[in-house]
Design a protein around this ligand. Structure first.
Ligand SMILES: *[C@@H]1O[C@H](CO)[C@@H](O)[C@H](O)[C@H]1NC(C)=O
Ligand SMILES: *[C@@H]1O[C@H](CO)[C@@H](O)[C@H](O)[C@H]1NC(C)=O
Ligand SMILES: *[C@@H]1O[C@H](CO)[C@@H](O)[C@H](O)[C@H]1NC(C)=O
Ligand SMILES: *[C@@H]1O[C@H](CO)[C@@H](O)[C@H](O)[C@H]1NC(C)=O
Ligand SMILES: *[C@@H]1O[C@H](CO)[C@@H](O)[C@H](O)[C@H]1NC(C)=O
Length: 411
């Protein structure tokens, strides 16, 4: 009896401190990398450029991968609201036999702790222990200000396919109140698919677990020497390529990557298909007795500053209608201004250790880029949760109960 009470106590006492979060690990070999996404909830109001600096990502790429309107002037300095959920593009590498992203760097600021960096700044994508191990920190209480830390991020590739169809994987941190059916519905997948991908015995998750969510995507077949080799664009979203010269979209009608010139303000190499007067994205259709003769000029990757184009002709049963673009949502902005007391992420000058260098230019001409597609008012954005606060209360409550039990047992 005493021992079972002791075991119970041990359980209750340890529960708040030993939160064993599960995450999906994909074994790998070799040194290939792939495009992947992490789901990130803003812990405070942040500029687009500050979110980008946290992940060493291109600010425009972050917005396009979330199908957010980028046409407003100075979009990089817009302030995004605390609690906003964003997908962030990352490069998933293979290290020590498992898939992970090790290219993210964070420069510590005054009063940072590993727990704050892990749980708040990076929204529980890494645990304090994982950061400690990745950086061989022996004394976590002695973090130096300005120290550069590797932030290991979870990612998966699974051959960039799901059920033999192209897919890009999102590492999703489960929030308080999430359920597997809810997550499946939100990402247009099924409970079975999520369970299979994550090798789950039952569809049960808890806050802090990290799931790999397959998102249907358009794949590319650029040559391996193209700098955007392996480009994957999730259904309903956009990507920016060729140093901001080309934008590619996926869906909604089919999963064929569709790329067009992105901008007139940036100097770009020719986007005309050789031997034709067609530009990137142009499609001509000519009804014939045998069907529709469709000629298209499509994007073939970015090689040494040159935009590769491909001219192709095919006979199709029906002529295609005008191209449908995915919907673009307005930029969610914060009503508040970032105050000078708010912690600011420290952008890093270089991108050390990144698997694939991004050729994206650092500055954008105001209003130089637009995405096609309607901009409905509102959108699927908003304060998604106050998960960490709720979580802390649960821990405190559990700790208080354990303490109370301990008192009644001993006295
Ligand atoms: C990976 O996907 C490609 C198609 O994208 C397929 O040909 C290949 O067989 C897949 N490999 C594995 C190991 O599943
Ligand atoms: C792509 O998204 C659209 C809506 O945005 C949806 O109707 C369509 O079924 C999706 N396609 C796939 C393959 O999931
Ligand atoms: C070809 O593409 C350019 C640039 O996207 C566009 O302005 C033009 O209207 C297109 N022409 C045809 C015939 O589709
Ligand atoms: C289809 O169109 C292309 C370009 O317009 C032309 O070169 C080709 O001969 C056409 N093919 C047929 C079968 O009409
Ligand atoms: C890119 O350019 C460099 C030097 O100009 C050259 O050595 C290399 O072969 C080129 N790569 C490709 C894929 O054309």
């Amino acid at each position: 009896m005493a021992s079972s009470v002791a075991a119970l106590l041990f359980h209750l006492l340890c529960l708040p401190f030993l939160v064993l979060s599960k995450s999906t690990i994909e074994p790998c070999s070799g040194s290939d990398s792939c495009n992947s996404l992490v789901g990130y909830t803003l812990y405070t109001d942040l500029k687009v450029s500050e979110v980008a600096a946290l992940f060493q990502a291109d600010p425009v790429a972050i917005l396009t991968v979330n199908a957010i309107d980028i046409s407003i002037p100075d979009v990089e300095n817009s302030i995004l609201p605390s609690g906003l959920f964003l997908k962030i593009p990352i490069i998933c590498s293979c290290a020590d036999g498992i898939r992970k992203c090790l290219s993210t760097r964070y420069k510590t600021r005054p009063s940072d702790t590993l727990a704050f960096i892990a749980d708040s700044v990076y929204g529980r994508l890494a645990s304090p222990d994982q950061i400690r191990e990745a950086n061989s920190i022996s004394d976590p209480s002695a973090l130096e200000v300005g120290q550069t830390l590797v932030i290991p991020l979870p990612c998966t590739c699974f051959n960039s396919t799901d059920n033999f169809l192209p897919a890009i994987y999102l590492s999703y941190v489960v929030l308080v109140g999430d359920s597997v059916p809810g997550i499946a519905a939100r990402y247009s997948t099924t409970v079975t698919d999520i369970m299979n991908v994550n090798a789950m015995g039952s569809p049960v998750v808890k806050a802090g677990d990290i799931l790999a969510i397959p998102l249907p995507a358009c794949s590319s077949n650029f040559p391996a020497y193209a700098s955007d080799y392996g480009l994957l664009v999730a259904n309903g979203t956009y990507a920016i390529a060729s140093s901001h010269c080309v934008q590619c979209s996926c869906g909604p009608g089919n999963l064929n990557l569709y790329c067009t010139p992105a901008s007139l303000s940036v100097s770009c190499s020719s986007m005309q298909c050789k031997g034709s007067n067609l530009m990137l994205g142009n499609v001509t259709a000519e009804p014939t007795s045998a069907g529709c003769n469709v000629t298209s000029c499509s994007y073939g990757g970015f090689v040494n500053g040159t935009i590769l184009t491909r001219l192709s002709t095919s006979l199709q049963p029906h002529c295609p209608g005008p191209h449908q673009f995915p919907l673009v949502v307005p930029l969610p902005t914060s009503a508040r201004r970032v105050s000078f007391s708010a912690p600011m992420p420290s952008p890093l000058p270089a991108q050390p250790g990144g698997a694939v260098p991004s050729p994206a230019p650092k500055t954008l001409l105001p209003g130089s880029l637009t995405l096609p597609g309607a901009s409905p008012a509102g959108g699927p954005f908003g304060s998604s949760s106050r998960a960490s606060a709720v979580h802390k209360w649960k821990h405190l409550a559990a700790a208080a109960m354990a303490f109370w039990l301990l008192l009644t047992y001993f006295f």
